[in-house]
Design a protein around this ligand. Structure first.
Ligand code: KIV
Length: 291
């Protein structure tokens, strides 16, 4: 299979090959995602929820994203890695946005960046990045960085006006040259219409089956989210339960004295320890010849 790159989004869309994406936030998850044949890994600012235990993505900053992106890049060296520009990393100024995107590429090793919304700041930055040769992914619908303005995590684009606004945003991003647009939590019919209207690929999450690809959060797919079970996802394994059982088995083995066993143990000749002991004794007695 050839390596997935920025141009693969358009090729996959043209050939009807569905694009598979998931998030990852550290080396171990990145290795797993790459080994599983995931086409493209997103270092999402959802790391605020999944990894840092925050209530939203709003507090996530550029340093958080750079550190996580660098770890994922080291764990999945063959993969196409996209990093999120976190909340307020570009809204204050275009220069901030260019600088912060550059950090995600230069320090984090990302190949592309994703940013939420189709505001003036988002469109201007997208234009600057595309012009500078940076692949950009847009993100419309439920944009979690705007949770305070949206009044919660709700399905978006349900009425005519909201649907038209979303479609207009998608066309604007597409016109600038994004490689893909994530469509989060919108009705399937609207996702279908956007997918048909734009040249770039659409990547759904809670957006039905008609997008050009799908993205899901690693922790949701692997059952690592505790009791949190969003409607738009499916647990393909109960990883939390499997890992809890593994650690409980470890604890039991330590307590019973069964672990560590012979396999985890290194030995040395008893004479070495005896000589070390007599050296320590002589030092403690003040005889520094060690004899
Ligand atoms: O941060 C994230 O994980 C995302 C995906 C849910 C699309 O933006």
């Amino acid at each position: 299979m050839s390596k997935f790159t920025a141009v693969s989004f358009a090729r996959y869309k043209a050939s009807g090959t569905r694009i598979v994406m998931c998030t990852a936030y550290d080396v171990a998850q990145a290795r797993i995602a790459q080994a599983a044949g995931i086409d493209c890994i997103l270092v999402g600012d959802s790391l605020g929820n999944t990894t840092l235990g925050l209530g939203s993505t709003v507090p996530v900053d550029v340093d958080d994203m750079v550190r996580a992106t660098a770890a994922v890049s080291r764990g999945a060296q063959e993969s196409f890695i996209v990093a999120d520009l976190p909340f307020m990393s570009y809204q204050a100024s275009f220069t901030d946005g260019m600088y912060n995107a550059a950090r995600l590429l230069k320090e984090g090793g990302a190949a592309a960046v994703k940013l939420e919304g189709a505001s003036k700041a988002a469109l201007t930055l997208t234009e600057g990045l595309v012009e500078a040769g940076v692949p950009v992914i847009g993100h419309l619908g439920l944009t979690p960085q705007s949770v305070n303005a949206l009044g919660g995590y709700r399905v978006q684009g349900k009425d005519e006006e909201a649907a038209a606004e979303l479609l207009a945003g998608a066309l604007a991003l597409d016109g600038i040259g994004v490689v893909a647009i994530v469509l989060e939590c919108i009705p399937a019919e609207l996702a279908h219409a956007v997918t048909a209207a734009v040249d770039c690929a659409t990547i759904g999450i809670g957006a039905g089956r008609d997008c050009d690809g799908e993205i899901q959060v690693f922790h949701d797919l692997c059952g690592l989210g505790g009791d949190f079970r969003p409607r738009h996802t499916r647990r393909f394994t109960e990883g939390g339960q499997a890992l809890t059982a593994a650690l409980a088995a470890y604890a039991a083995a330590v307590r019973s004295g069964e672990f560590p066993g012979e396999e985890q143990t290194v030995h040395v000749d008893a004479a070495v320890v005896e000589r070390a002991q007599s050296f320590v004794d002589s030092v403690l007695e003040g005889d520094d010849t060690g004899a």
